[in-house]
Structures are given as C-alpha cells and as structure tokens.
Design a protein around this ligand. Structure first.
Ligand SMILES: Nc1ncnc2c1ncn2[C@@H]1O[C@H](COP(=O)(O)OP(=O)(O)OP(=O)(O)O)[C@@H](O)[C@H]1O
Ligand SMILES: CC(=O)N[C@H]1[C@@H]2OC[C@@H](O2)[C@@H](O)[C@@H]1O[C@H](C)C(=O)O
Length: 402
C-alpha cells in the first residue's frame, strides 16, 4: 500500500441510515488532502429506526436494549464496510483504518443536578465488534475527549470545515442541515483558532417527525419539500417556535433530540391540532431557515463577523423549499451547496470523520477549542483492533508518515 486508504462512517441524528466513504488521504494538519474513491449508503429499516429512536428518549430507553444495540450496530457498521469493500473491489489488506462516528443516543452538554450527573455524550456501535467483523483497525468515540477538555463534544466537523474551506478572500459559514443544524464560521485569511462553531438548532429533525406522524409512518421526510410547498406558514406557531430558549443561549452550544425530539413534537400537535399537515410542515421548515438566519445575525454579524458565503451541506440541502427560504432570509450572502466545491453534501460528514480518525492515528490534534468551547486542544478518538495484522497496518502508516 503506498497511499493512505481509510473508510469514514457516519450515522447521524436523523437516524436515516449509515453513510460509508472510502477515501485516499495525503498530508496532514493544514496540508491534508482527502479524495473520495467510492461510497455507499445503507438506510435503516423502519424497524431499526424505531428501535433506535426509542433508545434516544429516556422515557422509552431500556438498559438491556442499549447494551444489545451497541453490539448490533458494531456488526451492522461492519457489514456496511464489507459491502463497500466488495463494491470497490478491495480487500481488508488494502485499507489502513476505519473511522466511525457511531450513533448518538444521548448528548448532555451541561452538568445536571447531582455530582454523578455530569456533562456527557454516548455514541454506540461497538468499536471492537466493528474491527473484528472487518479485520481493520477502527477509530471511534471522538466526542468524549473534547468533553474531557471542557468542550461541548460538538460540532466536531468544524476542524475539517476549517481545512477544506479556509479562504483568503471570503468569510464563510459552513452550514450543515442534518437532523440538527450546525455552522462553522471560517473568517477569511484567519488561523484556525478564530474558527467558531455551534448548533443553530433543529435541521430536519422536527420536519421528519411531523411528516412521519401525519403520513401514519408512510414517509419519514418531506422529499424535495413537496408538502411544504403546498402549505402556508402559520405566523403564530412560527413566532412560538422562534421564541424557544435555545436560541437565546450564547455559543458555543450544542443540542439534539433531547430538546427537539418526540416530546417537542407532541407539544406542537397538542397546541396546534387544527393546522393542516402541509401547513405544519411548511411552518417547521420555515422555522429551520429562520433559526439559521437569526443565529447568524445574533451571534456573528451583529458581533462584527462578516459572512460573504454560506455553504450548505447535509440532507437538508436537497430540500428546495428550505434552501429558497434560507436565501430569502439571507439576501446579502451567496448561498452554495457543497456540490459547488465538488464535495457531496450527503457524504461530507463521513469524509470528515475519516480525516478526524486519520489525525488520531498519527497522534495529531483533530479538534479546534474555539469551536467546541474546550479549554485546550486534544486528540479525539479511541483505537480498537482485534487482530495483529490490523494493528500492523496502522503501525505501517505511522512509520511512513510520522
Ligand atoms: N430530497 C430531499 N428532500 C428533502 N429532505 C431531504 C432530502 N434528502 C434528505 N433530506 C433530509 O435530510 C435528512 C438526512 O440528513 P443527513 O443525512 O445530513 O442527517 P444526519 O447526518 O443524520 O444528521 P446530523 O448531521 O444531525 O447528525 C433526512 O432525514 C431528510 O429530512
Ligand atoms: C452529539 C451529536 O451527535 N451531535 C451532532 C448533531 O448532528 C449535527 C449537530 O448535532 C452536530 O453538533 C453533531 O454532529 C456533527 C457531525 C459534528 O459534530 O460536527
């Protein structure tokens, strides 16, 4: 093997499925270059999605099921990797490492009430199981290291956003619209320690849950914004949604299903049960666009941080209604999707995790404290292998590159 070959795995908060990308990587730190060779996406079946959704909610989660799902997902991730290798005509000996985000089932960025209830995060999908089922060394469980250094454990892709989008002439907001929305602000011509990052609020999470309920489980997202286009935005509901306390919190900040999950949608249905399904979908989609635009204004532009370009990624970038509304609310900025930069909006996070895992193996920092609120730089990730040849391939990589 002459080039470094890695696999990035992402299973995000939308719980739509597993993205796997095969990449070639050269250089490191600010000189890292990543090129996608192949990819696959495996959607979670309706049953698996429902099971995982239950584990994300403390009122329905069950300890035995969390324990089992951790091993189940390790195997499932392994089977996705093996399918990708087959598709690309490669064998395990051709790959140095896998880097896996894991499935977040709970994320608590702040300490709770008693001394045990500390800030914490849990991504499942056992690393040893994944390594054993593929024969390849695995890096995973990134978020805890950032939290151990006082960070919020997210957003982590900010490190890679900085490397990919830092530009001498343009200040950029790199906006992910997955289950949750998050932004990385990369001011023009700046070192990485001025990069800021935070979760802007809901991405598709609330839209998806509403679509699932109003279609009796037939659909789990608003494909191409079809429902939203047929609806009217309901001002009263929109005003209520925008007044959510999350939007007043100063960055760095992160959120998730704990705030914008089933309970949140229950409350909307209880109070606005007279609204038509399409009006509900139009209104929560508008809310996602408004929450992004307001966050930029409140936490960046009003503080003197100019934004010239917005580069949107994640599944929400395929919702034309959402993108139209974002353009409407941000008329002074040029809005692109990642495709404009020859990067797949869908697969960018999986690619980003491949880079984070690569840096970890090389003993290089892979996090930006100003983006997560950590007190210092750390190397995020844990490495697992179950066979000597898997270890040998990461040792070879280190001896060539370090
Ligand atoms: N054609 C489309 N039209 C509308 N929405 C779409 C389309 N394709 C994808 N989406 C939305 O994108 C979501 C998936 O986005 P993505 O895969 O970026 O999320 P994720 O990685 O799970 O989340 P996160 O980044 O929060 O961890 C789907 O659940 C759906 O709501
Ligand atoms: C705890 C957790 O899984 N957070 C996710 C989630 O999904 C989007 C947003 O909230 C972001 O903060 C983060 O993921 C991306 C990959 C990140 O860390 O950059």
């Amino acid at each position: 093997m002459t080039k470094t070959v890695g696999i990035g795995l992402m299973s995000g908060t939308s719980l739509d499925g597993i993205d796997a990308v095969l990449v070639e990587i050269d250089g490191m730190d600010e000189n890292v270059v990543v090129r996608m060779i192949d990819s696959i996406t495996r959607s979670y079946s309706k049953e698996i999605r429902e099971e995982l959704l239950q584990l994300c909610d403390p009122s329905s989660a069950n300890l035995q099921k969390i324990c089992s799902a951790n091993m189940f997902l390790g195997k499932e991730f392994g089977s996705v990797v093996n399918e990708l290798l087959e598709k690309a005509n490669l064998v395990k000996e051709d790959v140095h490492f896998i880097s896996s985000h894991g499935q977040t089932i709970y994320h608590q960025p702040f300490n709770g009430e008693n001394q045990v209830d500390v800030a914490s995060t849990l991504q499942i999908g056992d690393l040893s199981t994944l390594s054993e089922s593929t024969g390849i060394a695995v890096v995973g469980d990134f978020r805890t290291a950032d939290m151990a250094a006082g960070g919020q454990g997210a957003p982590l892709v900010s490190f890679v956003d900085y490397l990919l989008f830092n530009n001498p002439n343009s200040s950029r907001a790199i906006q992910n619209i997955g289950g949750i929305g998050n932004v990385t602000y990369v001011p023009k011509n700046s070192p990485s320690d001025v990069t800021q990052s935070f979760d802007t609020g809901p991405g598709n999470m609330v839209i998806d849950e509403i679509v699932f309920r109003v279609t009796d489980g037939e659909r789990h997202y608003d494909k191409d914004g079809e429902m939203a286009y047929q609806g009217q935005i309901h001002q009263d509901l929109l005003t209520k949604l925008i007044s959510h306390e999350y939007f007043q919190i100063e960055p760095p900040k992160t959120t998730g299903r704990e705030l914008f999950g089933k309970q949140f949608v229950d409350d909307i249905f209880n109070e606005y049960n007279q609204l038509s399904p399409v009006d509900l979908v139009a209104t929560v989609t508008e809310w996602t666009a408004v929450s992004i635009a307001h966050s930029y204004k409140q936490f960046l532009v009003d503080k003197g941080y100019e934004i010239n370009e917005v580069i949107v990624g994640g599944g929400g970038s395929y919702n034309p209604f959402l993108i139209e509304r974002l353009k409407h609310h941000l008329p002074e900025m040029t809005i692109y999707t990642h495709e404009h930069f020859h990067i797949s909006s869908d697969l960018k996070e999986a690619m980003a995790f491949a880079v984070l895992g690569y840096q970890c193996i090389l003993g290089k920092y892979n996090q930006i404290p100003s983006a997560t609120g950590a007190q210092k730089q750390v190397i995020m990730g844990k490495i697992a292998y179950t066979q000597p040849d898997a270890l040998k391939r990461i040792d070879d990589l280190r001896s060539v590159l370090q």
